[in-house]
Design a protein around this ligand. Structure first.
Ligand code: DAT
Ligand code: MG
Length: 137
């Protein structure tokens, strides 16, 4: 099977009408969207998705932010897509994310307790399979 990753257009990206922009960048790169869902995430789903961050100071603000509106979950396929999409997304902090990346071009610091950075991308093939199972149950 081809490599797969989970991309999320987070609530800030959906509110700012950036669903198409994010998907366009994925498609222009040559990756293939093979499934897509509009999801109102629950605390339960988010606790599973962000299990590595449970207990950190930004965890509660992160969950609140991710429940503040709908998220678009996207299954994306292609060789090297896990690393490739992380590269398209850019660094976690949009202030320093490189121009040319999604977070670098479209994100900024809004002075909130949690970093709002438009997209999520799985950080390994193991995470990708785990996270796809959560969002495409
Ligand atoms: P990434 O989304 O780049 O994989 P992560 O997994 O470390 O980053 O964190 C998940 C999300 O939590 C991230 O996209 C934004 C937010 N976040 C991370 N570190 C943070 C911090 N120190 N303060 C506030 N929000 C943070
Ligand atoms: Mg992460």
């Amino acid at each position: 099977m081809t490599e797969q990753t989970l991309v999320l257009v987070k609530p800030d990206g959906v509110r700012r009408n950036l669903i198409g922009e994010v998907i366009a960048r994925i498609e222009r790169k040559g990756y293939v969207v093979t499934d897509l869902r509009y999801v109102s995430a629950t605390r339960e789903l988010l606790t599973e998705h962000y299990e590595e961050h449970v207990g950190k100071p930004f965890f509660e603000p992160l969950v609140e932010f991710m429940m503040s509106g709908p998220t678009v979950a996207v299954r994306v396929e292609g060789n090297g897509v896990v690393e490739g999409f992380r590269s398209l997304a850019g660094a976690t902090n949009p202030t320093t994310a490189a121009p040319g990346t999604i977070r670098g071009d479209l994100g900024r610091d809004w002075g909130k307790a949690v970093i709002e950075n438009i997209v999520h991308g799985s950080d390994s093939t193991l995470s990708a399979d785990r996270e796809l199972g959560i969002w495409f149950k």
